[in-house]
Design a binder for this molecule. Structure first.
Ligand code: XUL
Ligand code: CO
Length: 439
């Protein structure tokens, strides 16, 4: 059997004092935290498109990363080699899940029928490799944005023939996901958005998007696929204005078009920050609506205004994310998918391992600290006390909807100027640092 990472052994947990770059310092899969193993909490997933198919290309130059699994001239041999290399990578890294787009795992083909034949061959092999290794499919999706036909969108394209093509791809991917036991199915908006309103009927495009999503729900039901549907918000890139802008926008859209029962959200850190939100803002907005389903774990760059998809190494961000996830009792069928890529000059194959190890350790550390903060009740106590005036008396009456503006006026006339209370943000930031440094 061909091996693609002959120099890499299975990555082991060696603890915080280890100096081995190819070992976990904090991710100890079977260690118990807050009643579950780390592996059960974190449900790490590798993104096939970046890790296996990423070439390092940018707008100024083509591929820079030469991958041994992409060496064959024959696209199907390359696809099979890539899949075998992927499962070797997942196994050695010790993740339980992976994610892919249709065109990541199999070539496009000259016709839809040919592309589907390619997919069938590759997914049969994926099924065998999943069974051999126990690695599962967190989610799959259709690539409705790379081919030139999708330049003006897919479900929101002004040409119904292109929307039909997109529908055919989604149908095939739902069936593929179902066959491979996918736990979720993701819709990321691709090019669903617009560049100028001069040629765009926004109302019609949004109606089409909703109609298309209803068709996907109907097809899933017809074939018996019970995985969770997810929408992944993003505010811009590739289009200037993406319809699935952020959590709040997507939630409003789902409510308006009667899709709330069928969808949850897949929140990506770098998409939240492109929308001028923090990662934890968009996670929280999804979570308080009961709609946080899964996470694309990555980060952007403060100084760059685009989707850099870097590996997550920011401890604060991972901590705040894990607080939201723990507070809602976990991600259910979702997971932490590393929608992240190594840099253009990360030429060594080991860089792929090192990058994922860093992301996994970062979230493992965030999990440990979040669990301690929750156990000690630090933030829950602060929040409870901060809103205590609403627990009884006037506040309780207000929350129960029993007061009018006249009642508020009377209260104020009788009680005079309220005494403002410190938000203690500086103190809380110091406490967070104390917990973070303590481990
Ligand atoms: C693009 C992005 C996608 C989705 C899947 O910004 O995040 O890779 O996660 O289509
Ligand atoms: Co993503």
């Amino acid at each position: 059997m061909k091996t693609f990472f002959p120099k890499i052994n299975k990555i082991a947990y060696e603890g915080p004092d280890s100096r081995n770059p190819l070992a976990f310092k904090h991710y100890d899969p079977d260690a118990m935290v807050a009643g579950k193993t780390m592996r059960e909490h974190l449900r790490f997933s590798v993104a096939y498109w970046h890790t296996m198919k990423g070439t390092g290309a940018d707008p100024f130059g083509g591929g820079s990363l030469l991958r041994p699994w992409d060496a064959s001239e024959d696209p199907m041999t390359a696809a099979e080699d890539t899949l075998r290399a992927a499962f070797e990578f997942f196994t050695k890294l010790g993740v339980d899940y992976y994610c892919f787009h249709d065109r990541d795992i199999a070539p496009e083909g000259d016709t839809l029928a040919e592309a589907n034949r390619y997919l069938d061959r590759i997914t049969a092999l994926a099924g065998t490799l999943q069974a051999d290794t126990g690695i599962k499919l967190l989610w799959n999706t259709a690539n409705l944005f790379s081919h030139r036909r999708f330049s003006n969108g897919a479900a929101t394209n002004p040409d119904v023939a292109i929307t039909a093509y997109a529908g055919a791809q989604v149908k095939k991917m739902l069936e593929t996901g179902h066959a491979l036991g996918a736990e979720n199915y993701v819709f990321w908006g691709g090019r669903e958005g617009y560049a100028t309103l001069l040629n765009t009927d926004m109302k019609r495009e949004l109606d089409h998007l909703a109609r298309f999503l209803h068709m996907a729900v109907d097809h899933a039901r017809a074939i018996g696929f019970t995985g969770q549907f997810l929408i992944e918000p993003k505010p811009k890139e590739p289009t200037k204005h993406q319809y699935d802008f952020d959590s709040a926008t997507v939630i409003g859209f789902l409510r308006q078009y009667d899709l709330l029962d069928h969808f949850k959200l897949n929140i990506e850190a770098n998409h939240a920050t492109l929308a001028a939100h923090s990662f934890e803002h968009d996670l929280t907005m999804a979570s308080i609506n009961g709609l946080l389903g899964s996470v694309d774990a990555n980060r952007g760059d403060l100084l760059l205004g685009w989707d850099t998809d870097q590996f997550p190494t920011d401890l604060y961000s991972a901590l705040y994310a894990m607080l939201v996830i723990l507070e809602q009792g976990g991600l259910g069928s979702g997971g932490l998918n590393f929608d992240a890529k190594v840099r253009r000059d990360a030429f060594d194959l080991e860089d792929l391992f090192i990058a994922h190890i860093g992301g996994m350790d970062t979230f493992a550390y965030g999990l440990k600290v979040a669990a301690r903060l929750i156990e000690d009740g630090v933030l829950t106590d602060v929040r409870r006390k901060r809103y205590a005036s609403f627990d009884s008396g006037l506040g309780a009456e207000f929350e129960a909807g029993r007061l009018s503006l006249a009642d508020l006026e009377n209260y104020t006339l009788e009680n005079g100027e309220p005494i403002p209370v410190s938000g203690k943000q500086e103190l809380l930031e110091n406490i967070i640092n104390q917990y973070l440094i303590g481990g």
